[in-house]
Write a protein that binds this ligand. Structure first.
Ligand SMILES: *Cc1c(COP(=O)(O)O)cnc(C)c1O
Length: 379
């Protein structure tokens, strides 16, 4: 099945009780049983909900996975993956990733005796070097937030597979439209559904996709035991969002490319971080594992002035100053004080995330209007 057809039909069938073409919002906490244990596959809504079931089927289909699980947020999905581990286990992860993932790892899970080793994953040899007998999981993000670094997923899978180390990929920035990590050898895909999958800045949600039935059972057990499940209304909104993912992503990519190239030519702009530039260090890998380059990019001003950056951040009109990304409307963000404030300053600077860095989530408005808005703000 071709992409466009898949996104529109994934997971949904007419509702069995009425024929409703859209999966209804099953706003219920429990299900009536005919006799004890005699039910229709639904017992209690933390464990099962038909709206969520339809969405989980859709999630699996759009990432070419056998199974998927929906969570109440992206970090709740990540949390469930780490709960597969036990004290003494080690995780190798990127030194440049979403601030909330870093906070979850360092502030919540380290005290339970799980060790996180941060390396530059763009050099796959750094991962091989960090592996030991305690290594149970490699956690990748590619492209990274906000520096747009690219890691070769299949090269990492070639290292983790023979050693039975789980490989999980945060695929939020790419979305399934641009990149399918399970096809490249990953064991688990995580998405902050809040971003491109939801697509309309109206829901917080996360998900995991996987092929192994054992892994699915373990993660389902964690999902229902720990209870971070999304409500049926949110599942409905995401089912609707997925139907236009391909149309939205095409527009995000087109606008992203136009703005990246325009910024690069602007005399007041310094480095622009976007993996579609042929001289981006990850260009060849991005070209190999992604279908296009997406709508996320970051940049600094040529004079690297923090005050100037603050002025630009407060001067755009179409680009709203806000955390988050992946919605139809364009957003501008200051990672150092907003999305990545939970990373200690020395760590941030060491990895290139400076106080003058500006991140854009390019929406699907008219590109000329977006460029005009940036031009006015940059001055
Ligand atoms: C937003 C985000 C998360 C966290 O997801 P929430 O839905 O906010 O909990 C994780 N990874 C990346 C790359 C993100 O952008």
């Amino acid at each position: 099945m071709k992409e466009a057809t898949k996104y529109i039909h994934a997971g949904t069938e007419p509702d069995p009780s009425t024929g409703a073409i859209m999966t209804p919002i099953y706003q219920t906490s429990t299900y009536v049983q005919a006799a004890p244990g005699k039910h229709k596959g639904y017992e209690y809504a933390r464990s099962q909900n038909p709206t969520r079931t339809a969405l989980e089927r859709a999630f699996a289909e759009i990432e070419n996975a056998n199974y998927a699980l929906a969570f109440s947020s992206g970090v709740a999905a990540t949390d469930a993956v780490i709960k597969l581990l036990a004290p003494g286990d080690e995780v190798i992860c990127a030194n440049d990733m979403y601030g909330g993932t870093y906070r979850l790892f360092t502030k919540v899970f380290e005290k339970f005796g799980i060790k996180f080793i941060y390396v530059d994953t763009t050099k796959v040899s750094n991962i091989s070097k960090a592996i030991n007998n305690q290594t149970k999981l490699v956690w990748l993000e590619t492209p990274t937030n906000p520096l747009m670094n690219i890691t070769d997923i299949s090269a990492v899978a070639a290292i983790t597979k023979p050693k039975d180390i789980l490989l999980a990929v945060d695929n939020t920035f790419a979305s399934p439209y641009l990149q399918n990590p399970i096809d490249l050898g990953a064991d688990i895909i995580m998405h902050s559904v809040t971003k491109y999958l939801g697509g309309h800045s109206d829901v917080i949600q996360g998900c995991l996709m996987m092929n192994s039935p054992e892994l699915r059972d373990k993660l389902y057990f964690i999902q229902k035991s720990c209870g971070a499940v999304p409500g049926p209304m949110d599942c409905f909104l995401v089912l609707r969002g997925i139907k236009t993912l391909h149309v939205r992503m095409k527009a995000h990519c087109e606008n992203g490319a136009k703005i990246a190239q325009w910024l690069r030519r602007h005399p007041k702009i310094g480095k622009v971080y976007w993996p579609g530039f042929e001289d981006h260090p990850g260009y060849a890998v991005a070209k190999k594992q992604m279908r296009d380059f997406g709508g996320m990019l970051s940049f600094v001003l040529k004079n690297d002035s923090v005050e100037e950056a603050m002025r630009v951040l407060s001067s755009t009109k179409l680009f709203s100053l806000a955390e988050s990304l992946g919605g139809v409307e364009s957003l501008i963000n200051h990672p150092a004080s907003m999305t990545h404030a939970s990373i200690p300053k020395e760590e941030r600077i060491k990895n290139g995330l400076t106080d003058s860095l500006i991140r854009l989530s390019v929406g699907i408005e008219d590109a000329d209007d977006l460029i005009e808005d940036l031009n006015r703000a940059i001055g």
